[in-house]
Design a protein around this ligand. Structure first.
Ligand code: BG6
Length: 490
């Protein structure tokens, strides 16, 4: 027959991530005609299920992403017919051998390429990789593994995980996923910087006062407390999602768009960062709150959370990059669950205009409040806007701050692909640009590990904040220490 084939095995197929994100993303790729002609999708998990039962389970979360186009039902049926299931323990070589047998059946004479998506807890990564890589090693095509965070809990455990994985795999086979890197606005960050003359020359301490990376969710851990309590918000969001954005924001111009060139620059900037200090961190935890007659449970009320837990569900931090471009510029991060809104954004606050001719005409008495601010709203309602001072039309001379506004829903009405679609497609294509290399991971942990240890050793009590609020006031004091106001509170 000849030609090649790709199989995608989702290990942990009955988990939430697989159902909500991975299978729907695979279907969306199929729907768009982005998957290779010969492909098969396998689910692997402990529960006993037939192929048909897997298909029924998957079909509940598949949607036709782009309106209700014709043929969607047919395409779904075609996709489901290419989905298969193998049940097994994660450390069972026999059951992986059985999977291998089924994979070979589908590969039938073609060059076999295998992608394994490990949507499972990290303590079983190595078992799975050992069995799966053994069965695949004789196959001729490529074998790749997508791994989901958490990649350890600190520098030490992350290093250990990397070493164990590398006993079975080459670095090129490991695709460490951070789904924030697959988000449209995050991808656009480099485009904005490096292909518009008006931004890059301003991208330094000379013009930028501070940078803010803000993540908030308007829901709590909702039964995910068992996982979350072991990690907390700093490990869940800051050390990965927000730090990755920061690295892309602050890195020097890469030699090219090649994955290694980009990742080299990210590592450099991460390694130029100071270790985070305890006095530059504020932690919080949400407590129960009654609003509009409805009662919202606190983190400690989550039955999956151990009694007396001090795990932070909110954190704010001030980070610094000790290099020529960013010396002295605070990079403020804020991340929290159960806050008043769901939002992820990057805010860049520029310095004030020296000797501003119009200082008397600016409404606010505080000139610092009238500086330019560039906002990249990653979600929801993707947008890029720039706050500028503008003359209020009329006979007088009054200035106010207005937005130059690029709203994606208006400019690009087509729906934006989910981050997992782009990342899966890249992993199939062998494009590593949006995946985390092991030295990047080491550099990221080096920034946060000491403070995480101190928070735990000293049992620093989190400041309680009501569910649905704007989070602990400590975050404002932290920002004020650096003469900064959070841009999302205006
Ligand atoms: C995950 C975190 O990585 O990202 C979750 O573990 C969080 O706690 C999620 O809810 C947020 O992702 P998104 O794409 O919904 O903003």
């Amino acid at each position: 027959q000849g030609g090649s084939t790709v199989s995608i095995t989702v290990v942990g197929a009955s988990g939430d991530l697989a159902k909500k994100k991975i299978f729907p993303a695979l279907f969306a790729l199929f729907y768009e005609g982005c998957l290779p002609e010969h492909f098969a999708v396998f689910g692997y998990a402990r529960s006993k299920m037939s192929d048909e039962e897997l298909r029924t389970m998957i079909s509940r979360t598949l949607t036709c992403r782009i309106d209700k186009r014709e043929n969607c039902g047919d395409k779904m049926e075609h996709f489901l017919q290419r989905c298969f299931y193998q049940s097994g323990q994660y450390n069972s070589e026999e059951e992986f051998a059985e999977l291998d047998r089924k994979l070979k059946e589908k590969e039938a004479g073609r060059v076999p390429n295998r992608l394994f998506y490990l949507s499972i807890p990290p303590n079983i990564f190595v078992d799975v990789v050992r069995s799966a890589s053994r069965t695949a090693s004789s196959s001729g095509g490529w074998t790749r593994f997508i791994v989901e965070k958490p990649f350890g809990r600190d520098s030490e455990s992350s290093g250990e995980l990397t070493r164990s994985l590398k006993k079975h795999l080459a670095e090129e086979q490991i695709f460490r996923i951070d789904h924030y890197l697959g988000k449209e606005l995050v991808e656009n960050l480099s485009v904005l910087r490096f292909s518009n003359l008006v931004f890059e020359p301003l991208w330094s301490r000379n013009y930028i006062r501070n940078v803010q990376l803000i993540f908030s969710e308007d829901f709590g851990t909702d039964g995910r407390g068992g996982y979350f309590d072991n990690y907390g918000i700093i490990r869940d969001i800051m050390q990965n999602h927000l730090l990755q954005i920061l690295a892309l924001f602050a890195m020097e111009t890469p030699v090219s768009l090649d994955a290694e060139d980009i990742r080299n620059e990210k590592v450099k900037v991460l390694r130029s960062m100071r270790q985070l200090k305890l006095e530059d961190v504020v932690v919080g935890q949400y407590k129960g709150h009654v609003k509009g007659g409805k009662s919202y449970p606190g983190y400690a009320d989550d039955p999956t959370v151990p009694k007396g837990s001090i795990t932070p569900t909110f954190a704010a931090a001030a980070l610094f990059i000790d290099n020529a471009r960013w010396d002295g510029v605070p990079f403020l991060m804020k991340a929290g669950k159960a806050l008043h809104t769901r939002r992820a954004e990057i805010r860049v606050q520029f310095r004030s205009v020296p000797g501003n001719l119009y200082r008397r005409n600016i409404g606010s008495s505080d000139l610092d409040q009238a500086t330019n601010e560039l906002v990249l709203r990653v979600q929801p309602d993707e947008a890029i806007y720039l706050k500028i001072n503008n003359k209020v039309p009329g006979l007088g001379m009054r200035l106010d701050r207005s937005n130059l506004n690029l709203l994606y829903s208006e400019r690009y009405p087509r729906e934006i692909p989910d981050a997992y679609e782009r990342l899966l497609l890249d992993a199939i294509a062998g494009e590593r640009r949006l995946f985390i290399r092991s030295d990047e991971l080491d550099a990221a942990w080096a920034i946060f590990t000491p403070v995480l240890r101190q928070l735990e050793d000293k049992r620093v009590a989190p400041e309680l904040y009501p569910y649905g609020s704007r989070g602990p006031v400590g975050a404002h004091y932290l920002a004020a220490n650096y003469n900064v106001r959070w841009g999302d509170i205006s």
